[in-house]
Design a protein around this ligand. Sequence first.
Ligand code: AVJ
Length: 324
Amino acid sequence: MTNTATVKCDNILLHEVRTPAETLVADVHAGLMRKQKTLPAKYFYDKTGSELFDAITRLSEYYLTRTEITLLRQHVQEMAELLGTDSCLLELGSGSSIKIRLLLEAVRPRIYVPMDISREHLIDSAQQLASDYPWLTIHAACVDYSLSWEIPDFGPGRYNAFFPGSSIGNFEPGSAVKLLQQVRRLVGRNGGLLIGVDLKKDVSILENAYNDAQGVTADFNLNMLLHINRRLNADFEPENFRHKALYNEEEGRIEMHLECLTDHRVRVSGKSYTFAAGETIHTENSYKYSIDGFHRLAAQGGFAPLEVWVDPGGLFSIHYLTAS
Ligand code: AVJ
């Protein structure tokens, strides 16, 4: 069960769909009961997690963000023409504001709706945008977009969604299709989706991007345990785990794991779990697509490809899709 509320929060409107704590407990319990233990990647993003992710985006090994930003800079006018004027722009996530700023300035939508699970991060970035763009109405929505969400109806007009960063890669293909279908319902019959998708490439480039020399990705991965400790009265000791990331060729995805270094037990909300040295908790998948492979996924989600931009190195793609 979820409850929704809308409040005015200084210069923005905030729509809250609280994820009940029971969801978190149930998710963690279900994940830790499996033979291959797992924890959902969405629990990376507490305030520290969002900050660590921002640090990842500035790493030399992590080519994704800077390549996507370059593509946006080069093609944002074309993109704006496709998105159309007087539109409502929804954003899944509210990450590096450089990307959304480029797009907002070119598109000048009537309403901007950032959606993010990390409440503080969402409010901070939305308020900053509202003060920099007084012409823009912002409805921030605190939602878990991996579940079904509801946001207010903003009236007739053109709706576009922006889903940058290849975050679609976090979803297994079946869930990715469901998510695209939900976005498709949200943007309606003449809506569109501008989406950043990381491409398949040389394995060493991929693996380096998730095993940076400074260990920021390791901190990001381990921070999930601290987040769960804080939210769920758990006693994970990060020292007992080590970051591990590798490319799974058959599945076409980077997998992040936390490898357990010693036999021990962990308590989470009154339950106890056994960990053996050498076993891992699977914390994230990051699927990589070919252009055609992504078009097939998009088709299942109810979208048709209209345009795609790729950097000269073939590292990253941005697609504009329209409702089919
Ligand atoms: C935000 C999901 C796109 O998969 O590359 C970065 C998250 N994890 N380094 C990605 C992430 C480790 C990122 N996404």
